[in-house]
Design a protein around this ligand. Sequence first.
Ligand code: NI
Length: 389
Amino acid sequence: MHAVIKAIEARQPALSAIRRDLHAHPELAFDERRTSGIVAERLRALGIETHTGIGKTGVVGIIRAGSGARSIALRADMDALPIIERNTFAHASHHPGRMHACGHDGHTTMLLGAAEYLAVQRNFDGTVVLIFQPAEEGEGGAREMLADGLLERFPFEAVYGMHNWPGLPAGSFAVHSGPVMASSDPWYIHLRGRGAHAAMPHQGIDPITAGSGIVQALQTLITRSRDPLEPAVLSVTQFHAGDTDNVIPDRALLAGTVRALTHAMRDKLESEMGRVIQGLAAAHGVQAEFDYQRGYPPTVNAAAEAALCAKVARAVAGEAHVHTDMPPSMGAEDFAFFAEKRPACYVWIGNGPGEDGCMLHNPFYDFNDELLPIGASYWVRLVETALSA
Ligand code: NI
């Protein structure tokens, strides 16, 4: 079924060993010292020009072939999550509280597998920039690499990403044209009332009652003020107030997240949240401070790059195993920072059934090693097609 590159298929046991070693030694955001050390060492052993310390723990490899001036970038993420792994197999995390529960161990290994092949065959014309980025999980490692001069030092005209996707059959692909992942904006509301005895509420100003009203009213922004055909999520995930049963506290903290697929929707929700919060705060007589932060932008695939990726995925996985009609995810991805700078395409590669907890960010998750030669072959064919000799 899969047109996997033979030389890469033969490397499956070696790639699997690398992947399992990374899985056993997970490292959190900007602490990927061992991981980036292994990546840099392997790239150098292949004779690839290697740059370390880009965006703290990021690594960049440069492979040139022919005389072409064109250049593309391939990106893998390297960081793990603060999760206690519950798998008991031999390559389970050796570090309690740290786990590769999002498959970044697999992403790093697939890109290393492609690098091995590209460095030897060089069957393309131009420059490939291999980006091994730190801190995808919330800390914005992509943004950090850009701030460190990634684009100026290693110019590229398009950038590509790949993430495993549990629930999608193993080795199949999903390619979106347009939005593929949502923005992720954290927000905080600090309410200040007046503390009082719980038996004499009229002597105080209750931030809990006000906060409850705000929680309810925020939900109406999604049901009443958003175009129902435009996806958006507004989740309240924290509500902290009070310490005991007979005191009305003087403060409350509410926090949560907004997810959207367009900047216009982020702008709209930010401004309408502010209006609702201040209106309700005034109605209840509390002071409200609203802090809406811009987190990861939406990840939007460019049409031409998405068409190219779909074509390459079909060549590798077969026509029937490439889906171009899947809805986007309301999860977020800091690949979006790269996609804001250059035309980009971020694809999903099926990780197989998500049974027994094998879902992203689940303590029973594991990357499916079957994907290693498929994903590495996809990277190679993408380079050979985009930079065809
Ligand atoms: Ni991930």
